[in-house]
Design a binder for this molecule. Structure first.
Ligand code: NDP
Length: 434
């Protein structure tokens, strides 16, 4: 806290891993001597820059852009770009720190980074978004590269924004390289990248249940968010026979006791992404659903839960209500959606709890596969990628078991923290003091 004043999200993320790492390090001299955890928790580099753009009324607007390059011990920096008014250096530092562990867990050669801006895409015209993306990339381009740092999408940054940024990068550098992931299929994108995070979070949930001899079939699921991760998580739940009954956005949540269907999810995808609409309008289209303004969905009784909106959206009170309602498993589609106290409540109640760095790693994993395809200048088939995504999620689950299973119970938070840390730390030890 003293080293990072005014950065609560970053301090929270470091605290969440520190205890597990201290337990693991124990008397392992080298990790202590070399100050490995302290070095991972100090970003290699933070770039902060002015992003100036012109709105449709001819007014000049000024935003702040960032790229946090946290650690590149096992591969080029890799992590998304977020456009949201809540973006601060603290938020991006926490995300880049988490990303370092998550990327290590995938087994692919990727370091950790994150970037973004306090730009609010809501209510902006397509032209305004394009001008903003171009201006953002006009500075960012000098800090990134296919073998240096490869950004992707995140909150407020989807395929369209990636297209504008890739176009500007190519224009400035005159290079066609895999410098961004989440690209369109026409210009080097990978199949199943948009689906990968949500699908992966459900695969991880299924793996946790299977390990206990249980399944997803017929389970009532509560999902928060209604963006890329939430809609694809809901889609995979439906495919695997579960019953998602909620979605949300910053205005509140909808409860559909009949359960979401593919048709309803497709409507949400178009409504939220292309029309930038509000989730409350769901109730005008589908009977039986109710909208709950200003609320999160955690009081709706469920068997399984997938928080897929944003950080700290699930408090300790929410966690206690869910436990009282009989929740069996929680899989975090978003990054750090559960508060530190909430995580402890789930752990103490021995609920199956998958932290974001393990459960939502499917997205960055397919981004890693997109990088490989770009380097080889080829595209893999959808079936090949589906198999690879499943294998990667199985691999992450196994790594969590290796370090988190004790006395018949799996502490997935501990397992993910230690497995991610060990890989990065051992690479850092090999490099000496750098
Ligand atoms: P989107 O922008 O597609 O969707 C975000 C959703 O969360 C929207 O429904 C949005 O509502 C809601 N939301 C955002 N901020 C808040 C807030 N402060 N309070 C309440 N609701 C909010 O983003 P993604 O689906 O891509 O990302 C969601 C989460 O998943 C993030 O934590 C992200 O870091 C994480 N993640 C994403 C990956 C990816 O591949 N996209 C990979 C790994 C993790 P509204 O429309 O009202 O803003």
């Amino acid at each position: 806290k003293r080293r990072n004043p005014g950065q609560p999200e970053f301090v929270q993320a470091v605290q969440e891993v520190a205890q597990d790492i201290f337990d693991f390090i124990g008397d392992k001299e080298e990790y202590h001597e070399q100050q490995i955890l302290r070095r991972i928790a100090e970003p290699d580099r933070i770039v902060s820059f002015r992003v100036c753009w012109e709105d449709d009324n001819g007014c000049i607007r000024v935003q702040r852009g960032y790229r946090v390059q946290n650690n590149n011990a096992i591969g080029p920096y890799k992590g998304g770009i977020r456009f949201h008014p809540s973006v601060t250096e603290s938020v991006l530092k926490f995300l880049a720190f988490e990303q370092t562990f998550k990327n290590a867990l995938t087994g692919l050669p990727m370091g950790g980074g994150k970037g973004g801006s306090n730009f609010n895409p809501k209510g902006k015209s397509v032209r305004e978004i394009m001008r903003f993306c171009q201006s953002f990339m006009t500075e960012l381009y000098r800090h990134i590269g296919a073998d240096i740092d490869v950004p992707a999408g995140d909150i407020g940054v989807g395929g369209r924004e990636i297209g504008y940024m890739f176009g500007q990068y190519k224009r400035i550098t005159n290079q066609f390289t895999g410098v961004l992931t989440g690209k369109g299929l026409e210009y080097g994108g990978s199949m199943i990248r948009p689906e990968a995070t949500g699908y992966g979070a459900v695969y991880f949930l299924e793996n946790m249940l299977k390990h206990k001899g249980q399944g997803l079939e017929g389970r009532v699921a509560v999902v928060s968010g209604s963006g890329n991760v939430a809609t694809h998580a809901a889609e995979k739940l439906v495919q695997l026979g579960a019953k998602p009954v909620t979605l949300s956005d910053s205005g509140g949540f909808i409860h559909d006791p009949d359960g979401l269907t593919q048709e309803k999810i497709d409507w949400v995808k178009v409504h939220k992404t292309h029309r930038r609409g509000r989730i409350e309008e769901y109730c005008d289209h589908f009977t039986g659903a109710t909208f709950h303004p200003g609320k999160t969905p955690w009081n709706v009784p469920c068997d399984v839960a997938l928080p897929c909106a944003t950080q700290n959206e699930l408090s300790v009170e929410d966690a206690r209500a869910m436990i009282a309602n009989g929740v069996v498993a929680v899989s975090e589609g978003a990054n750090m959606p559960t508060t530190l106290e909430g995580v402890h409540a789930f752990k103490d109640a021995r609920i199956l709890f998958a932290p974001g760095k393990a459960a939502n790693a499917g997205g960055v994993a397919v981004s890693g596969l997109e990088m490989s395809q770009n380097s080889e200048r080829r595209s893999w088939k959808v079936e090949e990628l589906q198999t690879m995504l499943r294998d990667i999620m199985d691999g992450i689950h196994n790594r969590c078991l290796e370090y988190g299973e004790r006395d018949g119970h799996v502490d997935y938070v501990k397992g993910a923290n230690i497995a991610g840390f060990k890989k990065v730390a051992d690479a850092m030890l090999a490099f000496g003091v750098v």
